[in-house]
Write a protein that binds this ligand. Structure first.
Ligand SMILES: Cc1ncc(COP(=O)(O)O)c(C=O)c1O
Length: 395
């Protein structure tokens, strides 16, 4: 079959849309702060956002973005290497390095590109990258791009990692890549054990802290939460979650960042982050630094929702972050549960394989009100009584 023929016989998404049970590419109209406004006019409590601190709509962040666009232009129209490097990018790098406690930072256009740049910039044929089975897709794509060998280990299983490192021949470099906070489960990586195993086997550890940065440990993220920032050589970040903008960064020693500045293809061959996005991330970083109550609030709200959802009979996994998954048994019940919650006025993310095993992913933000949370719990209670044990029975 030619490369495009399969597209003409691809009917799955159209069938899903026709049935009314298609949970993807939902069209929002305007802001998605505590409330999601759908383009058909409905307003739903937003429990599916990564805007954990509510900064994407904070006037200081949007104001900084607007001012930067007006003063510096809508885009940089080139890569940082040749003609798209702004003093603003460099200021953000200095501030990120100081805030997260690393020597240096490299700002890229997205978090996805930060992972591609870090992994494929440092690893190549002959090296092996050991990747947690639940790690984000961008880390997997990064290994593929690098042409290093990909070696999976079981999720958060440091014994399995150690066994695989022990079996691995001594030749070539070894990188271990994990998420700080897992985006679909909301659980944390076992960082103290990971650090110990990596040091024992002389492997370099990379923590993708997309969902921990800005949230855990007064915003300083998962490595700071465990007091281990000094012993994690590479941290990657995104600004598309708690920082309310878009963009990403790699943090590490100055020598490593300088090397990546000249070897990360996702930096060298892609236009740099726009003035608006960069200024927004800088403004958000100021707020994270000055208003630690936001991190405390979102963590408390998620704790409350975890407790209350469990009291309703839902299984919420091992979450310790603002991401709280709700088990749904199978794909069918995921989309049915998702639709019923929409009908009850709540938007959550339906997660289906291959992204992860079926579940409803809920997430909480500092700007949700108590009333939003109570409405959400009422909706989950109604859906539980409609759909019954199959969705909620404890395993
Ligand atoms: C764990 C993790 N890493 C990286 C990314 C990519 O970040 P970005 O949206 O900035 O490309 C995401 C985004 O979903 C993520 O969840």
């Amino acid at each position: 079959m030619g490369v495009i023929e399969k597209c003409y016989s691809y009917t799955r998404s159209r069938e899903g849309k026709a049935s009314g049970y298609y949970p993807f590419f939902v069209s929002f109209d305007g802001r998605t702060d505590g409330v999601a406004r759908l383009s058909d006019g409905r307003e739903l409590v937003m429990c599916g956002s990564n805007d954990y601190l509510g900064l994407s709509t904070d006037p200081r962040v949007t104001g900084a973005a607007a001012e930067a666009a007006r003063d510096l232009g809508a885009g940089c129209t080139g890569s940082r290497l040749l003609n798209g490097n702004l003093e603003l990018h460099e200021r953000l790098e200095r501030e990120l390095a100081a805030f997260f406690g690393k020597e240096a930072a490299l700002v890229l256009t997205t978090g996805y590109q930060a992972n591609l740049g870090a992994v494929a910039g440092l690893c190549g044929p002959g090296d092996t990258v050991f990747v947690d089975k639940d790690a984000h897709a961008s880390l997997i794509d990064a290994v593929r791009l690098s042409r290093a060998r990909l070696q999976w280990f079981d999720h958060n299983d440091t014994a399995d990692l150690a066994a695989k490192l022990a079996r691995h021949p001594g030749r070539g470099g070894r990188l271990v890549a994990v998420d700080g906070v897992y985006s679909m489960e909301g659980d944390l990586c076992p960082l103290p054990e990971l650090v110990r195993v990596c040091e024992e086997f002389d492997a370099t550890l990379l923590v993708d802290d997309a969902h921990g940065a800005g949230v855990l440990s007064a915003g300083r993220g998962t490595c700071d939460h465990f007091g281990l920032t000094d012993r994690v050589p590479l941290i990657t970040l995104t600004f598309s979650k708690a920082f309310g903008s878009i963009g990403g960064a790699v943090l590490g020693d100055e020598a490593v960042i300088e090397y990546l500045r000249h070897h990360a293809r996702s930096l060298l061959f892609s236009a740099s982050s726009s003035p608006a996005n960069t200024a927004a991330a800088l403004a958000a970083l100021d707020i994270v630094r000055d208003e630690p109550w936001r991190c405390e609030t979102v963590v408390k709200k998620a704790d409350y929702m975890r407790r209350e959802l469990a009291a309703l009979g839902y299984r919420t996994g091992n979450s310790e972050s603002p991401v709280v998954p709700v088990d749904t048994h199978d794909e069918l019940h995921t989309v049915i549960g998702w639709k019923r919650l929409m009908e009850e006025g709540v938007y959550v993310n339906a997660v289906l394989p291959p992204a992860a095993s079926p579940r409803l992913r809920t997430s909480y933000t500092a700007v949700q009100t108590d009333e939003h949370l109570e409405r959400t719990l009422a909706a989950f209670a109604t859906v539980r009584s409609d759909l019954g044990p199959v969705l909620t029975d404890a395993a």
